[in-house]
Design a protein around this ligand. Structure first.
Ligand SMILES: *Cc1c(COP(=O)(O)O)cnc(C)c1O
Length: 371
């Protein structure tokens, strides 16, 4: 029996184990926030932002961020129809409505023209998600945001290592959020981060993330408002600190795996992969191939063949508007088409050349099977 190839798996070395052990042994009492602060500092430095707050998840970070900018019942937040539910759910937690717009056919991220057409008097924010590490069209979105006075937010959970014209993904919006779930480029098991360069927003986030207690409040146990409890633990942050020491390597390896697939596959007629526009770099979190001319049966067959070969193949995100809890407004043909034509490829840090070749030969084999 062939060994299974997982689509993702964290890279944990002695260093992560050693720092987590130290946190478990010593990170209590006066030291109980040390790794958390160290992790936040390392992350700020990496990203080049002023403020960062570690959280228990990206979903929680988004919930707090949206609350901090005042998203409330009746408001609308625009995002791409092609997304994981975690980007949309926090909008609904606040009683607001996610408005799904279509994607660009190359980046699979927000189409700025569709964004502008979807703006109403209720639009409170535009959430740019850098899907699979691909970069959203930030210049165009910022132009639209400025024109209508609507903030651009970034969900950069999948975009560690992605750089848009010199700016790291997550550092360009009013705030940016990250995930350190076990599938992401760096991990703390579960975890997240919210970052911003806006001092007033940071103050607001500090209050919200601390059960609503303002940092200038002198009365003990006196919350000034209803807040949240989405904190990261010190033990998780210790793992994060070790991952931050290795972040350049972790990103470089993702890019190397992507480059390998690209060299092997991108020249096959009818295939395209994650684009890397001139002047930008992608973190290549999830190498993805799209059969843009093929019937959907190609991807169906490919999934079967991957399965048979013990290879985890991950389906491309279903359009959020196709899920039962949202309205299916049927105005996002590219999101619907791409979901049937594309598939994510395995890309964990320790994947071997032999395993990458196994993945590639299933793809080329499937294509020749189908003529
Ligand atoms: C993984 C992911 C999330 C959710 O992150 P959690 O830390 O699991 O809450 C949100 N948005 C995007 C784009 C993601 O990829």
């Amino acid at each position: 029996m062939k060994q299974k190839i997982f689509y993702t798996k964290p890279s944990i070395t002695e260093r992560e184990v050693s720092l987590a052990t130290d946190a478990a042994q010593n990170g209590w009492g006066a030291q109980c926030y040390d790794y958390i602060h160290r992790f936040e500092e390392a992350f700020k430095l990496h990203l080049g932002v002023k403020h960062a707050i570690a959280t228990s998840s990206c979903t929680g970070a988004l919930h707090m961020g949206l609350a901090a900018i005042g998203v409330k019942p009746g408001d609308e937040v625009i995002l791409a129809d092609t997304n994981w539910i975690a980007s949309a759910a926090p909008i609904t937690y606040l009683g607001a409505k996610p408005v799904f717009v279509d994607i660009l056919p190359d980046t699979w991220c927000l189409d700025p023209e569709k964004v502008e057409a979807a703006i109403t008097s209720k639009t409170k924010a535009i959430l740019a998600v850098h899907l699979y590490g691909n970069l959203s069209a930030m210049n165009e979105l910022n132009t639209i945001g400025n024109k209508y006075g609507i903030p651009i937010l970034e969900d950069a959970a999948e975009a560690i290592g992605s750089i848009y014209q010199g700016h790291k993904a997550g550092s360009m919006g009013l705030f940016g959020t990250f995930s350190f779930h076990g599938t992401k480029t760096i991990t703390t098991g579960e975890g997240g981060m919210i970052v911003t360069n806006d001092d007033a927003l940071y103050d607001q986030l500090c209050t919200l993330s601390n059960h609503g207690r303002n940092k200038n409040q002198t009365k003990q146990f006196w919350p000034d408002t209803i807040g949240f409890k989405y904190k990261m633990s010190n033990v998780q942050a210790a793992i994060g600190c070790a991952q931050m020491e290795r972040i350049d390597d972790l990103i470089a390896r993702k890019r190397e795996i992507f480059a390998y697939y690209k060299a092997r596959l991108a020249n096959i007629p009818g295939i395209k992969m994650n684009p890397e526009p001139k002047g930008s770099t992608i973190g290549a979190w999830m190498p993805t191939i799209q059969f843009y001319n093929s019937p959907e049966s190609v991807v169906e067959r490919l999934k079967q063949n991957f399965n048979q070969e013990q290879i985890d193949a991950r389906v491309f995100f279903h359009p959020l508007s196709s899920l039962p809890m949202f309205d299916n407004h049927g105005c996002t043909p590219i999101a619907y088409r791409t979901a049937k034509q594309a598939i994510n490829l395995p890309s964990y840090h320790d994947i071997t050349k032999n395993e990458l070749d196994r993945v590639c030969s299933v793809i080329t084999g499937t294509l020749s099977e189908m003529g």
